[in-house]
Design a protein around this ligand. Structure first.
Ligand SMILES: Nc1ncnc2c1ncn2[C@@H]1O[C@H](COP(=O)(O)OP(=O)(O)O)[C@@H](O)[C@H]1O
Ligand SMILES: [Mg+2]
Length: 211
């Protein structure tokens, strides 16, 4: 079994702790915060409590989301903007998702959010965002709302490639294996529009409602 109890996470999101895999510096292991699922369940209104705890588990949501049509049937370009998925692994602090850890010259990649806070909307990042959105339109990968702290920047040949490291799946209930491309196109277009809104909102000091 993988031992994580004596390793410090390199990052924490709202739902998961992120660790460098002890046996592979290029893999990331994510474990749900202990007690989080029970807390979510307690705070959900009664009618949602009937749903199983698993339905709130971000690792299971992600495992499922990596099985979506666009990824399973996708061509090689599918991984241009998406961290690779290596399955669920048992650790001494619970089940972990194992994914590609995005690095630049050994350093763990920065998020788009931290880039934008540091540098603002440079021409360079504008081009990267446009390329990322073009890939979304072509691949029709379904995501939840795309938030800059769930994207990281991989530097490749003087270019900055945006990669999704969290938030795959769908916003509303969508049967992931069987949706139509017609549906996916308008769904993806809406995610792109909301991504742009979210970036503007982040850059303008987060006033009002970003949607
Ligand atoms: N595969 C990865 N490569 C590089 N950094 C990552 C990766 N996965 C997560 N991170 C970093 O860890 C933070 C939290 O991870 P995330 O998966 O978003 O957790 P949560 O599910 O709690 O939101 C991210 O904002 C990012 O900075
Ligand atoms: Mg996140």
């Amino acid at each position: 079994m993988i031992i994580l109890s004596d390793v410090s996470p390199f990052a924490e999101g709202g739902n998961r702790k992120c660790f460098v895999h002890p046996d592979n510096p290029n893999r990331c292991l994510k474990v749900i915060h202990p007690g989080l699922l029970e807390k979510i369940k307690k705070n959900k209104p009664w009618y949602k409590r009937a749903r199983s705890l698993e339905s709130f588990d971000d690792n299971l949501r992600e495992e499922n989301a990596y099985q979506q049509k666009a990824i399973i049937n996708g061509d090689v370009n599918i991984w241009d903007h998406l961290a690779k998925w290596y399955g669920m692994k048992e650790t001494d602090i619970g089940m972990a998702s194992e994914t590609e850890l995005i690095r630049n010259d050994g350093e763990i990649a920065d998020t788009l959010e931290s880039y934008l806070f540091k540098n603002g909307m440079t021409d360079e990042i504008k081009n990267s965002i446009a390329a990322f959105q073009e890939w979304l339109r072509e691949s029709l990968v379904l995501t939840k709302n795309i938030i800059p702290h769930n994207l990281v920047i991989k530097k490749e040949n003087d270019e900055m490639l945006i990669k999704i490291i969290d938030g795959l799946g769908s916003q509303a209930f969508v049967p992931l294996p069987s949706y139509s491309n017609f549906f996916a196109r308008s769904y993806v277009e809406r995610r792109i529009e909301l991504m742009d809104n979210r970036i503007k909102w982040d850059l303008s000091g987060r006033k009002g409602n970003w949607k």
